[in-house]
Design a protein around this ligand. Structure first.
Ligand code: ZN
Ligand code: ZN
Length: 418
């Protein structure tokens, strides 16, 4: 037996925790009266999930249904389950989730597990389990990636996660610090978080409106170890902050969020690029990534740490070595200024410009809601079982927008909007 996890939730400010729950329901989901809500969360996040249920019912939720995962139960599988377990996944559960989303159920995911939970497990088993799960998850993921319904992700300061981010602090102090960092990044450390989010969304929308008016054919990134031309998909559209799901509800899928992002062309990315922050992927830290693209595909990939895991990721399927997202985040973003490496994409992707390997977002196309998967592919949208963001921005990176006629417009200089 492993020692039971410490319950350190008393270190978390209950007022701010309640504000986080309220913000997730009112801003993140903008839950509509009568809508059902499905919540996935780590078991330790129960205090937050209870606050979420209360605010959801106050907003008129029909049913709030939680699904919990548990770190100790995940480890028990790696320790005791038969080998055949690692090719299995709960397809029936994900089919049910897909049905719920088809019936307009909203979806809220709470993240907060130990990012290194599986770091000492057999990588082959981890990769088999991930693949089986990704495949089984498709019926649910389609509805989320296709933005059929309003969805939102927020974070819970799990004690093992806190220990990774603040290794030199006592457990309780680490949880308090991580909680405060989550609250600040999520804008719930102020009197009127809902108002603060309205203002923040308006600022992000001025950026997306400008980028959409420019209709760049490509972005050119230059910096130390980087000279990369990212062709943008035909009919791409920039998004950032709140956006409208196919069910008509305008929500903020990520809390926090600082990025504006769109879809690159899966076959028009050329040059080389280096990561500027480590990538935490399923318990492995992949550091100093440098890759070379030819006609959209990664043809060379290196990393100073976790290179074998990176190679495995790239082999997942055909689309895993092509891009599905390019995102712009100024170096002065609040999360970047915090100086913390959260080891969690929800936070770290909002500290720097980034690209994502794998699946694109259908909503990042003009009239994206009406396009078939075939049309999205024809316009350059990538398809994959994975979607993994990694950071390529810093205060030394410049970005030019390149028009269809080859004209160049400065977009970023030294990591800031030009
Ligand atoms: Zn992103
Ligand atoms: Zn992404």
């Amino acid at each position: 037996m492993t020692s039971p996890m410490l319950d350190l939730s008393s270190a978390i400010d209950p007022v701010k925790l309640d504000k986080l729950a309220e913000t997730a329901i009112k801003v993140g989901l903008r839950l509509a009266p009568g809508q059902d809500l499905l919540i996935t969360a780590p078991s330790a996040a129960l205090p937050l999930v209870r606050r979420l249920a209360e605010h959801a019912y106050k907003a008129g939720a029909g049913l709030v249904i939680p699904f919990f995962t548990d770190e100790e139960m995940t480890l028990a599988r790696y320790k005791f389950a038969p080998d055949s377990s690692f090719d299995r996944a709960a397809g029936w559960l994900y089919e049910g989730m897909g049905k719920a989303f088809s019936a307009n159920t909203a979806r809220l995911a709470v993240v907060g597990d130990d990012p290194m939970l599986l770091s000492t497990q057999d990588p082959a088993k981890v990769s088999r389990a991930n693949k089986a799960n990704s495949m089984a998850y498709q019926p649910a993921l389609e509805k989320i990636a296709g933005f059929d319904i309003n969805w939102n992700i927020i974070a819970w300061p799990g004690s093992a996660w806190a220990k990774q981010v603040f290794p030199n602090d006592a457990p309780e102090q680490a949880v308090r610090k991580l909680a405060d960092a989550i609250f600040a990044a999520s804008r719930v450390d102020r009197d009127d978080p809902v108002g603060a989010w309205e203002q923040h969304n308006a600022q992000l929308h001025t950026k997306t409106a400008w980028l959409n008016s420019q209709r760049f054919a490509a972005l050119h990134f230059t910096g130390p170890g980087t000279d990369l031309t990212v062709g943008l998909a035909d009919g791409h559209e920039w998004h950032g902050g709140a956006s409208t799901a196919k069910n008509g509800i305008t929500c903020n899928p990520n809390i926090p969020t600082e990025e504006v992002f769109t879809t690159p062309h899966a076959h028009r990315v050329d040059g080389y690029v280096s990561s500027t922050k480590p990538l935490s992927y399923n318990g492995t830290l992949i550091d100093n990534i440098s890759v070379r693209f030819e006609a959209g595909k990664i043809v060379e990939a290196k990393a100073s740490r976790g290179e074998d895991v990176l190679q495995k990721v790239l082999e997942t399927d055909e689309g895993a070595s092509r891009l599905g997202e390019v995102a712009l985040v100024p170096h002065s973003s609040p999360i970047s200024k915090s100086g913390l490496l959260f080891l969690n994409t929800l936070f770290d992707e909002n500290a720097a410009c980034h690209i994502a390997l794998g699946q694109c977002y259908a909503k990042c196309f003009l009239d994206g809601a009406t396009l078939t998967p075939e049309q999205i592919a024809a316009q350059g949208g990538n398809k994959s079982l994975i979607h993994i963001d990694w950071m390529i921005g810093s205060d030394q990176v410049d970005i030019d927008g390149i028009g269809a006629d080859g004209t160049r417009v400065p977009v970023f200089r030294k990591g800031e909007w030009a």
